[in-house]
Write a new protein. Structure first.
Length: 117
């Protein structure tokens, strides 16, 4: 089992920045990948970014490339999402996803990000 605690969401003006954090506890020693997803009202949950435990493999959705940066602190079992140049269309609930080797996956509780235009 892996327990996830997200933080860092809030209200920001367009063009501003926020940093999300997702701290994991439990069986993190078998971590394969960590990622962020988001879900806007009335829309499907969509992929935002992911990073391997080693940090060597990073992938971004086209919509956030150049604006968002995913990183991790393995010693703290924490993954971050630095979001810059925020747009109104980035408004969503952001979820952390933690994937273990063997494909067990765990989701955070979600944190609201609201970008005002």
């Amino acid at each position: 089992q892996v327990q996830l605690v997200e933080s860092g969401g809030g209200l920001v003006q367009a063009g501003g920045s926020l940093r999300l954090s997702c701290a994991a506890s439990g069986r993190t020693f078998t971590t394969h990948m960590m990622g962020w997803f988001r879900q806007a009202p009335g829309k499907e949950r969509e992929f935002v970014a992911q990073i391997s435990w080693s940090g060597e493999r990073i992938t971004y959705a086209d919509s956030v490339k150049g604006r968002f940066t995913i990183s991790r602190d393995s010693a703290k079992s924490t993954v971050y999402l630095q979001m810059n140049s925020l747009k109104s269309e980035d408004t969503a609930v952001y979820y952390c996803k933690w994937i273990l080797y063997g494909a067990d996956a765990y989701w955070g509780q979600g944190t609201q990000v609201t970008v005002s235009s």
